[in-house]
Write a protein that binds this ligand. Sequence first.
Ligand SMILES: CC(=O)SCCNC(=O)CCNC(=O)[C@H](O)C(C)(C)COP(=O)(O)OP(=O)(O)OC[C@H]1O[C@@H](n2cnc3c(N)ncnc32)[C@H](O)[C@@H]1OP(=O)(O)O
Ligand SMILES: O=C([O-])CC(=O)C(=O)O
Length: 378
Amino acid sequence: MSEAEPTIYKGLVGVYADVSAVSKVMPETNSLTYRGYAVQDLCEESNFEEVAYLLWHGELPTAAQLAAFQKEERANRAISPALLSVLRAIPKDAHPMDAVRTAVSFMGTEDPEAGDVSDAAQRRKAMRLLAKLPTAVAATNRLSKGLEPIAPDPSLPFCENFFHLVFGKVPQPEVIKSFDVSMILYAEHTFNASTFTARTVTSTGADMHGAITAAIAALKGPLHGGANEAVMHMLKEIGGPDKAGEWIHGKFDHKALVMGFGHRVYKSGDSRVPTMKKYAEKMAEVVGDRRWMETSRVLAEIMLREKKIHPNLDFPAGPAYYLMGFDIPMFTPIFVCSRITGWAAHVFEQAADNRLIRPLSQYTGEAQRPVKPIGSRG
Ligand SMILES: CC(=O)SCCNC(=O)CCNC(=O)[C@H](O)C(C)(C)COP(=O)(O)OP(=O)(O)OC[C@H]1O[C@@H](n2cnc3c(N)ncnc32)[C@H](O)[C@@H]1OP(=O)(O)O
Ligand SMILES: O=C([O-])CC(=O)C(=O)O
């Protein structure tokens, strides 16, 4: 008797794998909330540090809670001399995402609570990662250019310190605000591929650094976080708005993907795009260069008119980061510095009510057969 054919949910499309109270994506209204707060409101009324606290604790902080959170983050920013020598040993032309993945894995080996997966220890590890990631990301970027890393400045807030680490100076408030908004928008997005990876690793009982190392590997791919870099490479390849039409029709002819467009969950617009676009436009104003936003506008118009596909967050974030002065290979590592908050929130949630994640596969290979001795094969 033949077995009933199982239903295959390729790419897990439409599958609810668990419950979660961290965030909610509402594709029918193109909206997104973190712990019940609309991301647009968080962007206007709070900052990235408050959002990190919100994601980890479920509530926005009071002034005293925020001060304690910031104190702990600022106290943990330094990376060890051993990690710095690991980063120095990484080939200058390696992709920074590979360096950051390696850095997190290495940090796991030197973590003072390595092996402790209690909730309290996991939370302290997440704080250490939030604090140290910018230091490691900026050091990687500077070393790749033959520059010496800069020590973190504990007197600076998170976003200001990030610019200090990369450039040695803090830019004007409009730039900090645009960066802060990008960090809030990138912080969390339900069961995306990298978060689900982190939850899968956590479900085996493994620790925070293992889950985050795996999540970084998943985020690097161009279909996920790597798209913000791909968007900027694409805009530069196109060169300007007058060439965008011809360029994109060439892509259509070859049925190629246009990076920064489409989304597994949002089919009529990504909730985060209008806010990120507004702040990318502000960056174009600050820098006095509208070329990338104009090129983006033409691409988005054609994609919507001819393919009915909307841009995702990576589409405005790519040019925004470029206009802030970051090197393109830094864009996805910046995403890591933000998403560590969402990933860690999901690690806590998965561990608190765990069941090993282990789906089934329908076998389509050879029928069972005998193993022939090596001399009689072929
Ligand atoms: C932060 C983030 O991770 S956001 C996502 C960033 N990724 C990108 O920007 C990469 C480009 N986009 C894509 O590859 C896809 O849209 C994904 C991976 C994001 C979503 O994939 P899916 O949910 O499997 O796509 P979906 O099933 O909706 O695709 C429907 C159709 O639109 C097409 N399509 C989707 N996105 C694009 C795109 N960016 N360019 C051209 N065509 C596209 C698909 O090829 C498919 O065509 P078909 O029906 O002829 O086969
Ligand atoms: O939700 C997804 O699949 C991808 C995404 O937008 C994110 O991770 O921010």
